[in-house]
Design a protein around this ligand. Structure first.
Ligand SMILES: NC(=O)c1ccc[n+]([C@@H]2O[C@H](COP(=O)([O-])OP(=O)(O)OC[C@H]3O[C@@H](n4cnc5c(N)ncnc54)[C@H](O)[C@@H]3O)[C@@H](O)[C@H]2O)c1
Ligand SMILES: [Zn+2]
Length: 260
């Protein structure tokens, strides 16, 4: 078994040796900001409610105000949250020229709040509301007041039903986002997966796509994933504890690297 220190060095070296690095992040990226993920044992949202029920487009259409009631707690937690050491480390890596962009399953906007650039949101975000009829997008505050009063949130333009601009179960992903992610992956020579159980498709295909395009794969996730055996480095620790160390080491290694 390799020690944690060895793995941290290995990942830092992979980053130094790669030219087109992309991060793929999941809900585990934001648990250290106080936002529960879906599948962590005991704390994951899945242990408390069935997300297929409370975040499915069919149950939302059937009873939006009841559904919004169950989403409000998660929504308020997200609004109050701040980026953590993991998000900030990715920004630092990007400023060092060692991160092209991030593709995320998260709906919390924390990468953008941490000032990371070039973020593809596969599942939208909850800082915006979208009209299900005219498709216009509004700030989320437009619907929060109506939802807090237990009302169905209605679009002021067309009276259609508003929903958070996040992808619900049963909805298709936006083809523009999928194309942007494919573009990011085109020259990718290292994909770093952070805090995803890699069971939600189509996002879980991206590590396979990256590998078949010739990229290396690194994973930082507390729990095991099905892709662990295909990865060059796997670290089963908390992102906020490991990623800052990796990024600091990259910085040292780049400074020491002789100029070509
Ligand atoms: N913050 C958010 O925006 C948020 C929160 C909950 C759910 N979601 C949505 O739910 C779906 C869940 O799929 P998923 O794969 O992203 O999440 P998931 O819950 O299926 O998996 C999260 C993984 O992260 C790991 N993890 C938790 N905390 C960690 C930490 N500090 N360091 C390292 N690993 C950690 C867990 O062991 C788990 O395997 C996504 O589609 C996403 O849109 C988003
Ligand atoms: Zn409308």
């Amino acid at each position: 078994m390799e020690t944690l220190e060895k793995k941290i060095h290995k990942l830092a070296q992979l980053i130094v040796d790669s030219d087109h690095i992309v991060a793929l992040t999941g809900a585990g990226m934001s648990t250290e900001s106080g936002i529960p993920d879906f599948r962590s044992p005991e704390t994951g949202l899945w242990t408390k409610k069935d997300p297929y029920e409370f975040a499915s487009i069919n149950s939302y259409r059937a009873n939006a105000s009841k559904n919004l009631g169950s989403m409000l707690e998660l929504g308020l937690t997200i609004f109050k949250s701040r980026p953590n050491k993991g998000h900030r480390s990715l920004t630092k890596l990007q400023r060092m020229g060692k991160l092209e962009g991030v593709m995320t399953q998260n709906i919390d906007r924390l990468h953008q709040k941490a000032k990371t650039k070039n973020v593809v949101e596969f599942h939208g975000n909850v800082m915006e509301a979208k009209c299900m009829q005219c498709r216009n997008v509004f700030p989320i505050t437009t619907m929060v007041n109506q939802a807090l009063k237990g009302k169905e949130p209605i679009c002021e333009e067309c009276n259609g039903l508003l929903k958070p601009n996040a992808v619900f179960f049963g909805e298709a992903l936006d083809s523009k986002d999928l194309a942007a992610a494919d573009g990011m992956l085109k020259n990718c020579d290292l994909l770093i997966v952070l805090g995803s159980s890699l069971v939600v498709y189509p996002v879980a295909f991206y590590p396979h796509k990256a590998i078949s395009g010739g990229a290396r794969l690194a994973i930082i996730n507390i729990q095991e994933t099905d892709m662990d055996s295909s990865a060059d480095v796997v670290i089963h620790e908390k992102i906020g504890e490991v990623l800052p160390k990796v990024v600091n080491l990259v910085q040292t290694k780049i400074k020491e690297k002789p100029k070509e």
